[in-house]
Design a protein around this ligand. Sequence first.
Ligand code: GCU
Length: 684
Amino acid sequence: MPDEKASPAPSEIVVEPAWHAAWLPDAALAAVGRRRVAVVGPAEDDVLVTVFREAERATAAHGGDVVDPDGAPDLLLDARAGGDGFRLVRDGGRVTVAAATATALLHGWFHVVRLGEAAFTGPDADERHAPAFALRVLDHWDNVDVHPVMGQVERGYAGGSIFYADGRVRDDLSRVTAYARLLAATGIDRVCINNVNVHAREARLLTDDLPEVARVAAALRPYGVRTHLAVSFAAPMTLGGLPTSDPLDDDVRAWWRAAADQVWATIPDFGGFVVKADSEGQPGPFAYGRDHADGANLLADAVAPHGGVVHWRAFVYDHTQDWRDRSTDRARAAYDHFAPLDGRFADNVVVQVKHGPIDFQTREAVSPVLAGMPATRLALELQVTQEYTGQQRHLCYLAPWWSENLGFRPWGEGGAAVRDVVAGRGPGASPAVAATGGGGIAAVSNVGDDVFWTGHPLAQANLYAFGRLAWDPTLDPAAVLDEWIGLTFAGQDGAVEPRVREVLHAVLDASWRTYESYTAPLGVGFMVRPGHHYGPDVDGYEYTPWGTYHFADRDGIGVDRTRANGTGFTGQYPAPWRDVYEDLATCPDELLLFFHHVPYTHVLRSGVTVVQHVYDTHFAGVERVREAIAAWESLDGRVPSDVDARVRERLAEQLRSAVEWRDQLNTYFFRKSGIPDTHGRTIF
Ligand code: GCU
C-alpha cells in the first residue's frame, strides 16, 4: 500500500491551462468543495455528467467527497423536480438544489458556489430562482479568417477568436468548453459564434462547414450552452446559386428550409439565426422591394419546425447620409423602419434592438423602439466589448449603465421598465409576446484568445455582470461586482482579502462615470477617431456620411431633436418622455446635447455653464484616473503578479489617453467658444 499522504492530491496534478481562471479558480469552490455532495438525475444527460464532474473537481480540490444521495450529503443536487429554474432548500445547514433539467441544476450548482459558506450557514430557506429572460445570448463578432480591416474579431480587444484559427474551427476546443463553463456560472445559455457582418468565408458556416460548427456546439453543450449562427440574407445566391434572395420567391423559401433542415439534422439542439440585414452594406430584403418583416419571416418559417428562433437586428439606418442634409436623423431610423411593422413578425422572430438609437455610446437616450412594438418580441442588445467605452484599455465597469437602460421606464414613473418589455410584460403586449416571454437580452462578447480572456483583466467583470443581469436585471451592479470579486480573487480558503475587495470597488464601481467625464459630454456622443473609434477626434465624424454629428459652432453645440424645431425624434417616445425630452427646462442634463442645441453659456442644473461643465469634468476625470492608479498600486503584492502587471500597463495607457481626451476636448471648446475656464487652469 503506498503511503496515502505521499500521493499528490488531484488538484496538484492538474496541468494548469494556458488561460486565466477568471471567476472560477478552484479557490472559489472552497465552500462546496469541503462538503459531502450528492448528484442525482438521468445519468445519460451530458450536462448532468458535467454537474457530477464539477462536484468531483471541487471536492477533490478541497477535501470533501462525492457521496450517494442516501449518504447524508451536505449538498444534494437533484435533477428530477419540476418547475422553471431551480429551487434551493436549506434545512439545518443541509442544502438541496432541485431542478427539472440538468442545465437548470448546473445553474443551481454555480449559485451555491457563488454563495460560498453562506450557502450552508444561512438561515433555513426555500427559494425558487428562475431567469428573468428566456433568451440570454452572447454574440461573437468573430471571423473565421482575419479580416483585412477589422481583424479576426470585429471590435475585439482581447486577441484572436477562441473558436477559429488558421482559417477554420480550431482543432483543440477545450478553451471553448472552459468559456461555456464561465458562462454557465452566470446563467448565459446561448452563443452566436460568428460576426453579424457575414463575409464570404463565414457565410459557409451555414452549409459546407456544418460539421465544424457541430464540433463547436459539442464543446459548448456540456455546460448547457446552445449554438447560434449569424447568416447572410444573400445566402441563397452566394451559397445556393439562385438568381435571387427575394423573401417571397418560392425557390428562396425552399432553399432556406432545406438549409435549416440540414443544420438541425447536424446539430439537433441548435438555437437559431442572427441577421443583420440592409445595414451598413449587408444584404437584405430592400433590394426586392420587401420589408424587414418579409425578410425575418422567411427565415422564421424555415427554422420553426425545429423550434428555432431568428434574432433580426433593428440596427438599420442610412450610412451614406449627406451631412448637409439637416432633416435626416440617424437616431430616428430604427423606429421609422420597424415600428410600422409591429404585429407582422412571426412568433419565433426576435427583433434585437440596440439600447440606444445611435450606437452603443457611453451615454445616449434609450431606444424608443423598445416602447413602440408591443406585438413584437423585442430583445435588448448591449455591448460588452468596449468599442466606445475604452476598448479594454480603460477601466469601465458597464453594469451601472446597463442597469439604467434595463430599469428605464418608457411610460414614466410607475409604468413598465425596459426589462419588463423584453420579458414580454410591456403594456399592451400581445398574447404571443406574453406567452413566449419576450425576446430577452443579447450582447456582444468581449472575449478573445488573450490569456486573461478580455485584454484588461478587470474587463472580465463586465462579462460576468452581463450574465448576471441577464438572469436577474434587478440586481445591484455593485453587488454583482462584489460577487465577481469574491469568486475571482478568492484565496485558498475561499475568502478575499478585505483590502483587495475595497480597492476593486474603488477603481470599478464608478468607472463608467469617470470614463464619461473625460470623453464626450452631456450625451453628445461620437467624438472618437473614425474607423477604430479609440481616442478623441471631436470633428472626426462631423462631415461624414455616418449621420453622427454634434453641430458645434462658435455659439453652441448639440443636436436639436425636438418636434418644435428639430428632427422630431422626441415624438417617437410615449408620454411623459416625449415632453420631458422636448422641453429644455425638463430634459435631463446628462442627455442635454442629445436632444438640444444650446449655447455654451447655457446654465445646467449644477449652476455651471455647458462650457464650464466640459472643463470641470475633463479636469476631474483625469484626477479620478490618477486616484485609481494610486489605489491599485497600494495593493502591492496582494493580487497575482501577472494580473497586476497587465492592469498596471492598461492603467498607464488609460491615463495617457484620458489626458489626451482632456486636452483636446478642452482646447476644442475653448477655441470654439472663446470662453476661458473660470478656474484659470491650463488649456492649450
Ligand atoms: C457598430 C460597429 C460595427 C458593427 C455595427 C453593428 O457600428 O462599429 O463594427 O458592425 O455596430 O452593430 O452591426
